[in-house]
Design a protein around this ligand. Sequence first.
Ligand code: SF4
Length: 485
Amino acid sequence: MGIEIGPALSRIREAVAGQAVPVVDLIAVQTKDPFKILVATILSARTRDEVTARAAESLFTRANNVGDLARLDQENLEKLIRPVGFFRNKARYLSQLPAILFERFDGKIPRTMDELLSLPGVGRKTANLVLAQAFQIPAICVDTHVHRIMNIWGYVETTSPEATEQALRKKLPHEHWIEINSLLVAFGQSICRPVGPHCDACVLAPDCPRIGVVPRKGRPTAVEARGRQKGLRLVSWNVNGLRAVTKKGFVDWARELAPDVLALQEIKALPEQLPVEVLELQGYHAYFHSAERKGYSGVAIYSRQEPRRVITGLADDRFDSEGRVLTLEFADFFLVNAYFPNARHDLTRLDLKGDFNRCFHDFVDRLAREKTVVTCGDFNVAHQPIDLANPESNTGNPGFTPAERAWMDDYVAGGWIDTFRSRNPGPDFYTWWSYRSRARERNIGWRIDYFFIDPASVDRIVDAAILNDVMGSDHCPVMLELKVS
Ligand code: SF4
């Protein structure tokens, strides 16, 4: 049986009753002021509700209306809203807003979609939220939760929030338009979560087709529960710039996912260039191996547990000067975090990459004589044709050359287990997408980020996953749950 929208939303309404109301809704109820609703909506993009609420409060003490806002310059605005994501951009939008409102809208907040879209920092999502919350005009605000959950239910079949909005406008009864966003945001944050949805505790479980939900696990058995209690959650992510991803909510994401170990590649920063909340991520010991060249390569590991030993590099200057490998030793395993060189478009670094591969392979084989070794990171190679969307047209390109694939064959033949593939034999699982041609939206990607484990430790794999709904980089994170021996 599929989802019937009316009854499903009723059940969700009951399930999320009593949960914190999204901050924009709260401001709407408390103030009924279109100016404050618009400003809070702009502040809330890619920012946690508590942070938005604090920033909105401090801004509204100085700017209660459009006229007050006009008296604040960008520097002051930045200071007032500072904790929110993309605060510089948002401060710029807010500093431009009063002049436009006075010139074109008599100092008032406009109440049509086209007029709202003409304001700085206002996209369809914001405009829909303002129309619905400020003016009670039927509008559907589609954010990532609405888009994701509507597709999981099979209520729409779309590949972007914009397409979901258009599909819902045709299909969703008007009575649900205004409330759909706050209901599904609350539901998506608490039960139908992007990573590991709680299907076992969901009121819709009997009817939900769970399209694209991986893995789809029910309540764990006693044995599984014991395994999970003992499991360590290891996550690896090529962030393509740690400072860049910090502006896109990295700290909030890490806090929410709460991995035991978080290995990052391509941090592109020296430790002293990082903001303090990243340098000293709360609850973690942090280790960095940056490249000598500024803004290039570099790896980092955050660990809840203090390791016994930290090994920096591979004892080869060619690679260590580029900040490629960082290893933590724990009581019962080594975690080796690596950012493999890219062969380059003209393959001028293919030989160097081959040297790196062999050096890395020797290093981890040596460690595996002592105890379990988990290797992770961006290997910069898709192993098999199944690991990229267009294998034929990419044959010979960096990341899919015969030489790189042959090395991976050799690595796997030596016993190293590709943990994700060992549990997910099917196609269409990728970890990297080009920024061009809407590749991620169309899932035209490559699987080049991995967790491997040595063959003697295969029984320690509890779970392996690709967290492909985590945005912020051109790669997504990958995860391994490792049984503690
Ligand atoms: S059953 Fe699972 S996938 Fe379906 S709505 Fe509930 S939590 Fe989401």
